[in-house]
Design a protein around this ligand. Structure first.
Ligand SMILES: Nc1ncnc2c1ncn2[C@@H]1O[C@H](COP(=O)(O)OP(=O)(O)OP(=O)(O)O)[C@@H](O)[C@H]1O
Length: 480
């Protein structure tokens, strides 16, 4: 009885230290097993939980126990089974039970247990025991580097991602690394690949992968529960912070906390990787300090996959699906037809593949016509696509061989000024954006500058057929 009370007090103090969320994830199933002489034995349902607690929290638990009872010299964690009270070790224990035990914080688009990250990471790397991240959004074990298709549109981003995943702590090269692209082009996949690979590395760095939404939710909860200090404490010692969907970070106090965390990590040479649907200098809703810190590293844009990449993505998906059903066949002709026609993003392609897979089970002989019927909504025909200012800047910059950053910079040399004015003109004619809004997207310029650019290009077009053709070509490229 005396020991039960001791265990309860230790549990309460542990919860106060690590926060209710982490506590529920890792210690919800921790039980007192026995106390003999000077050893306290605690039990958990899985080997995974045992090694996680041993690696991360044993010192803390021992200290808490000793503060309650100074005669205790040692704390041991055992694995219990349903039939027996415990067993010393079971190396191949499933982590599923740990996942069941977790609380359910919000993830990027759905709720999922914190510990699922660890489960995913372990499943992804059966060969090497994996350190789990401290907390965060779930990782998808399929989003490794192996399944990420490389091509000219993402080569630089992939190389940077690999370097970071492989580099040891302290070997920080691009900090922060900021990856941006339109929706569905593989940012999340790449970020999770970094997290998974880093977790599998022998260095076992402390990794946190979060969406901005999760970060906001976690901090809001911690503030509500008077627990912000322990949350900050748990983030203090991480080696690699990965934040997805940065464009969703909102709220003054949350951004203040984020800025603080960012400064702390960057100043202590800890790697930070961020992804968003636009470049850091275009994240208008962000606090200027956060934006400026994010701009201090390396920003890499990923573009849409070309035909070869799309075909390769479909082939790899088929290969993965065949692991569950070896009899599965989709003719190359169908795959290449889909790759040629579903061009918007990796996400549409994934949707198209899932449709094919689903249909194939009751229509084994799918014809090209039938595929068109099924995937009509995903094929980029007919409806004009909504054009974004970033797309215009990207296409114009590429066409005139300048960088997007130069387009929005203060540089006033002729080689930059003309493409900039053309990009502003196209932004006004191809999007519903106002003059002030366009000015903001071009490095915070005044609306009169945009107005001047639009008038100037209109004048030039009416007098210069070559320029007029060039602009038509740019419009086609932008709408492609
Ligand atoms: N280069 C790639 N190789 C393999 N799969 C890819 C690639 N690019 C995208 N995908 C796949 O496309 C889908 C969408 O990708 P992902 O979610 O990573 O996009 P995203 O850029 O993060 O989108 P969002 O901006 O909406 O968050 C995923 O299934 C992903 O695996």
């Amino acid at each position: 009885m005396r020991h039960d009370a001791l265990f309860e007090r230790v549990s309460a103090r542990l919860k106060a230290q690590v926060g209710p969320d982490v506590f529920a994830s890792w210690f919800g199933r921790l039980k007192l097993h026995s106390v003999s002489k000077s050893v306290v034995r605690l039990s958990v349902p899985t080997t995974f939980l045992k090694s996680w607690i041993n690696n991360r929290y044993l010192d803390l638990i021992t200290t808490l126990v000793q503060q309650e009872d100074s005669e205790i010299l040692k704390v041991e964690i055992l694995v219990r089974t349903a039939t027996r009270g415990h067993r010393p070790t079971a190396p191949e224990e499933s982590v599923a039970a740990a996942a069941e035990a977790a609380v359910v914080p919000p993830s990027r688009r759905s709720a999922a247990p914190t510990v699922a990250i660890a489960a995913a990471a372990v499943a992804a790397a059966p060969a090497r025991p994996v350190q789990a991240p401290l907390f965060g959004s779930p990782l998808d074990q399929r989003y490794g580097f192996d399944s990420f298709v490389e091509g000219s549109s993402n080569r630089v981003a992939l190389a940077a991602a690999r370097t970071i995943a492989e580099a040891g702590a302290g070997a920080v090269r691009f900090n922060p690394l900021f990856i941006h692209s339109s929706v569905g082009l593989g940012k999340t996949h790449l970020l999770q690949a970094i997290a998974l690979a880093a977790l599998q590395s022998a260095r076992a760095p402390r990794v946190v992968y979060l969406t901005a939404e999760y970060f906001m939710w976690r901090f809001a909860t911690a503030i509500r529960d008077n627990d912000a200090l322990s949350l900050k404490e748990s983030l203090r010692n991480i080696d690699l912070l990965i934040i997805d969907d940065m464009q969703f970070l909102q709220g003054k106090s949350i951004q203040h906390e984020f800025c603080h965390l960012l400064n702390m990590l960057l100043d202590s040479a800890k790697q930070v990787v961020v992804a968003a649907d636009r470049a850091p200098w275009e994240l208008e809703s962000l606090d200027s300090r956060v934006r400026s810190r994010l701009q201090g590293g390396v920003a890499i844009e990923m573009e849409g996959p070309d035909y070869e990449m799309r075909l390769e993505m479909l082939k790899r998906r088929l290969e993965a699906a065949r692991q569950d059903d070896a009899s599965l066949e989709i003719p190359l002709e169908i795959l290449s037809h889909v790759a040629r026609n579903v061009t918007a993003s990796g996400r549409e392609l994934e949707g198209a593949f899932n449709q094919l897979l689903f249909r194939r089970s009751f229509e084994p002989q799918l014809s090209i016509e039938r595929v068109d019927e099924l995937l009509g909504h995903l094929v980029n025909a007919g409806e004009p696509r909504r054009v974004r200012i970033e797309d215009i800047q990207r296409v114009v910059a590429k066409h005139y061989n300048v960088s997007r950053q130069e387009l929005v910079s203060n540089r006033r040399t002729r080689v930059i000024v003309k493409p900039r004015q053309i990009a502003m003109y196209l932004s006004k004619t191809l999007t519903p954006r106002s003059f002030p809004e366009i000015g903001r997207r071009f490095g915070g310029r005044d609306h009169t500058t945009v107005l001047h650019a639009v008038r100037k290009i209109e004048e030039l077009i009416s007098a210069d057929t070559k320029l007029s053709h060039e602009i038509e070509l740019l419009k086609r490229l932008i709408n492609e």
